[in-house]
Design a protein. Sequence first.
Lengths: 134, 66
Amino acid sequence: MTSPTKNPAQRRFFWRFAIAMLLYVLLLVPAVWGFVHYHPTGVLAYGLAVLPALPILGMLVVVGLYLAEEKDEFVRNMQIQSLLGGIGGTLAVVSVWGFLENFTQVRHLDLFLVYPLFWVFVGISTVVVRLRYR
Amino acid sequence: MKNRLRVLRAERDWSQADLAQRLEVSRQSVNAIETGKFDPSLPLAFKLARLFEATIEEIFTDEGKA
């Protein structure tokens, strides 16, 4: 979601996203550490388990803010196409994988992998979209 | 959509970057519009028209027209 010549909206996106990623690491470490050492139960376990997911939700909000703030309609259009490619690719893989899990012996796909998978597909579709408009 | 942006730019000796700066968009946006790969919104089309002191029809060709 970045370009060699970044406009103000892209710069804000970059910093917000970086802060959200930093928060993710900062919250993931104590969550894992807490579960390994204290084996929390009940509400505390649920709270601690959800904690690292909050910055991920934040990242999605950051993407939404970027799309709302991007003034260059062509760039916004390209980013939306890239995100749609990411959503489509991810849905395609998890849907096919889901049926494979039901009917064959493939390995279980952990749900936390879906989010990074989405960004892999966004990356691929960003390249495809850029080539199309070159 | 076909357009006369390249000619209009050349008449003023503006590069794509010059036009982009005047329109407050990226150079890649100007390139995409100029090559017909991206159709600008009405507000951007009007901005182009004001900049070149022309009507939208004088810049863009209505390909649906018989």
